[in-house]
Design a protein around this ligand. Structure first.
Ligand code: ZN
Length: 225
C-alpha cells in the first residue's frame, strides 16, 4: 500500500500582506481632541444628575403655577400638589376600590384603573428635592419638602397603594443587623420562614430576639478512673 503520510501543510503563516491601509488603529497614544475617554475616576453620579433634573422640574412647575408661586412661598401643600400633578406621568397601576383586581398584585387582565406614580418613586423624589432645596440656599426650617404634611401624604399614598396593589411595603430601611444565630443545629430542610402574609390587622410579632441558648450538654461522661 502506498500510504504517503503527508504532513499537514500549514501554508497560512507564510505570506503576510503588507498593511498599507491608512486606517491603522493600533496606535497606543490617544490622539488629542477626538473622543475623550470617559474618566474612570469621576463617574457622574446618577443621583446627583437626577436630583438636578428633579429640581429643575420643580422650578419649572413653580414658573407655570397659577397663580404664580415663588420658592420662598412654597409650602408643604404646594409640594403635595406637585406630587399629585406628577401622577399623570406615572406608570404604576393603582386599582380603584371598585376594580375586581383591587388588591391583586398580578392581575390576569388589564383594567381601566389609572396609572400613578409609585410611592417609592415619590418618596425618593422628595428626598432628592429636600436635599436640593437646601443645597440651593434654602433653610432647613423652611424646607417645604420636609413638611409634616408631605410626610403624612406619602404615608397615605404608601398605605393606599399597598392595599390597591396587594403589595405590602415592608420597611426596607430596617435591617436586621443584630441577628446572631449562634448555633443552628440541623434545621429541618425546606422550612420556609416566610409565613403567609396576613394582610389583616393581625400584628406580626416577628421579633427576632429572645435568645434561647439551650446548651444541651449531652456529653458523654467518660468516667475513666
Ligand atoms: Zn384595576
Amino acid at each position: 500500500m502506498d500510504s504517503s503520510s503527508g504532513g499537514a501543510v500549514a501554508g497560512a503563516s507564510s505570506s503576510e500582506p503588507p498593511t498599507t491601509s491608512p486606517t491603522v488603529t493600533v496606535t497606543t497614544v490617544q490622539p488629542e481632541g477626538s473622543s475623550p475617554p470617559p474618566p474612570p475616576q469621576a463617574p457622574p453620579s446618577r443621583y446627583e444628575s437626577q436630583k438636578r433634573r428633579d429640581w429643575n422640574t420643580f422650578l419649572q412647575y413653580l414658573q407655570n403655577h397659577k397663580p404664580p408661586l415663588t420658592l420662598a412661598r412654597c409650602s408643604g401643600a404646594h409640594v403635595i400638589e406637585f406630587l399629585k400633578y406628577l401622577d399623570q406621568f406615572g406608570k404604576t397601576k393603582v386599582h380603584v376600590s371598585g376594580c375586581p383586581y383591587f388588591g391583586h398584585p398580578n392581575p390576569p387582565a388589564p383594567c381601566a384603573c389609572p396609572l400613578k406614580q409609585a410611592w417609592g418613586s415619590l418618596d425618593a423624589l422628595i428626598g432628592r428635592l429636600r436635599a436640593a432645596y437646601e443645597e440651593n440656599g434654602g433653610r432647613p426650617e423652611s424646607n417645604p419638602f420636609g413638611a409634616k404634611a408631605v410626610r403624612i401624604y406619602l404615608r397615605e399614598v404608601r398605605e393606599g397603594q399597598a392595599k390597591a396593589r396587594g403589595i405590602p411595603y415592608e420597611k426596607k430601611k430596617r435591617k436586621r443587623s443584630a441577628v446572631t444565630v449562634s448555633a443552628v443545629s440541623s434545621s429541618g430542610g425546606g422550612a420556609n420562614d416566610d409565613s403567609g402574609g396576613g394582610n389583616g390587622g393581625a400584628g406580626d410579632n416577628t421579633v427576632v430576639g429572645g435568645g434561647t441558648t439551650a446548651t444541651t450538654t449531652t456529653a458523654a461522661n467518660a468516667s475513666t478512673s
